[in-house]
Design a protein around this ligand. Structure first.
Ligand code: GDP
Ligand code: MG
Length: 191
């Protein structure tokens, strides 16, 4: 249950001055920051961060096709071609300006992180989530503009992703173990 998750304030989040607000939400929910740095993503980091799984290819393909169909435009690209285009767009998005890379540790850190961040599409992300409160992008807009959805933040989807992403962005360095005393209040031990 005690786990680490990788969170990244994407370039639009940094440019829009949302770093403090985002960190504050993770702190307030009870997660412990064990690593944090501002950096310009390397080509390798931007390239390897997102993996084109079959599931993702189908998801972005369907989202894009639905957006085009609504506008009466026939989609001539395959899901693979659409996903490759979005993946290329993600690489340039992540490298357009600095990002803030953070590791948060805590009980259920991965699920809690995803809950705070909200679903991928800002337009439909619920109020109260970071994406819902601080961004407005949509599949329709991003398809129109031929780019990835700009949704201010990334958070690991599962344990395997979290481990891979922490290794990619921190490479085993700059992560600190320390005691944080509010944990004693939040997680009382059995007597
Ligand atoms: P996340 O885990 O919620 O960030 O979403 P994914 O892992 O599925 O996708 C990674 C990133 O790709 C998202 O945060 C968006 O920036 C972008 N993205 C995801 N799905 C789509 C899509 O259908 N269309 C476009 N244009 N971008 C997408
Ligand atoms: Mg994801």
């Amino acid at each position: 249950m005690l786990e680490r998750t990788f969170v990244m304030v994407k370039p639009d989040g940094v440019q829009r001055g949302l770093v403090g607000e985002i960190i504050s939400r993770f702190e307030k929910v009870g997660l412990k920051m064990v690593g944090m740095k501002l950096l310009h993503a390397s080509e390798k980091q931007a390239n390897d961060h997102y993996v084109l799984t079959d599931e993702w290819v189908e998801k972005v393909g369907n989202n894009t096709r639905d957006s085009l169909t609504k506008k009466g435009i026939e989609c001539k690209e395959t899901n693979e071609e659409i996903a490759k285009g979005i993946h290329d767009g993600l690489k340039s998005y992540l490298r357009e300006n600095p990002v803030v890379a953070i590791v948060f540790e805590g009980f259920h850190a991965i699920d809690i992180g995803r809950k705070i961040v909200g679903p991928t599409e800002s337009r439909t992300a619920p109020v109260g989530t970071i994406r819902g409160d601080y961004s407005l992008d949509s599949y329709d807009l991003s398809t129109d503009l031929k780019r990835a959805v700009r949704n201010v933040i990334h958070a690991s989807g599962d344990k395997a992703d979290a481990e891979k992403e922490i290794a990619l962005w921190f490479g085993g360095e700059d992560i600190y173990d320390y005691e944080k005393h509010d944990w004693t209040v939040m997680v009382k031990h059995k007597k």
